[in-house]
Design a protein around this ligand. Structure first.
Ligand code: SF4
Length: 204
């Protein structure tokens, strides 16, 4: 496993970046994956969503957030008036599934995250959403706590960033949905402020 790829050159071509990522074997997760989950959505998306890692369904289908968590995420996004194709690009801290859906290790995150940073550079979103504790820790630092910092605007990679609970946490504890909805209302307001004052959402 390479210690770090942060000194690797940035790729300026999105298609070439995708080619490199889907053939990546820089860490041991490549040995157990079925698919590399590059991410999907609008490559010029105003909003980028960053999760933790692909799970079983994602690994099998080759797409991000397609299992139960993904279905809940899609419902939340739909209520906000956001679509994957138009408003969003969705990716993860690591792009291959950790066995048994365990949390990616710091070493795996360190090796894989340059791909994510490269994606952020090319997509250049105005707003980023971090889903859950792991995305928050690896993107913002270990001092941040999802229970304390969710719903607050922070800066990551120079981007306005909102940490929110991971949809899997909402499935485990539905009482977190109320806070999460408040957080997404802030995101819709910021999107209107930044990009489109006429953005339609039936519920915000
Ligand atoms: S997790 Fe990331 S670094 Fe590891 S093999 Fe997959 S794409 Fe490469």
């Amino acid at each position: 496993m390479k210690a770090s790829l942060f000194d690797q050159e940035m790729e300026n071509d999105f298609d070439l970046l995708k080619e490199k990522v889907i053939s990546c074997r820089h860490c041991d997760l490549s040995q157990t994956r079925n698919n590399v989950i590059f991410g999907e959505g609008n490559r010029n998306a105003p909003i980028m969503i960053i999760g933790e890692a692909p799970g079983r369904d994602e690994d099998l289908q080759g797409r991000p957030f397609v299992g139960k968590s993904g279905q809940l995420l899609d419902k939340i996004l739909e209520v906000c008036g956001f679509s994957r194709q138009q408003h969003l690009f969705i990716s993860n801290i690591v792009k291959c599934r950790p066995p048994d859906n365990r949390i990616p290790t710091p070493a795996e995150a360190a090796v894989c995250m340059p791909w994510l940073i490269n994606q952020i550079e090319l997509i250049n979103p105005g707003i980023m959403i971090l889903l859950g504790a792991t995305a928050l820790k690896y993107m913002a630092g270990a001092d941040y706590k999802i229970t304390r910092d969710r719903g607050k605007w922070i800066t990551c990679q120079g981007k306005l960033t909102m940490p929110v609970y991971h949809p899997a946490a909402l499935l485990r504890d539905p009482s977190l949905k109320r806070d999460t909805w408040e957080d997404f209302k802030k995101i819709v307001s910021k999107y209107r402020e930044t990009y489109d004052p006429h953005h339609y959402s039936a519920h915000v």
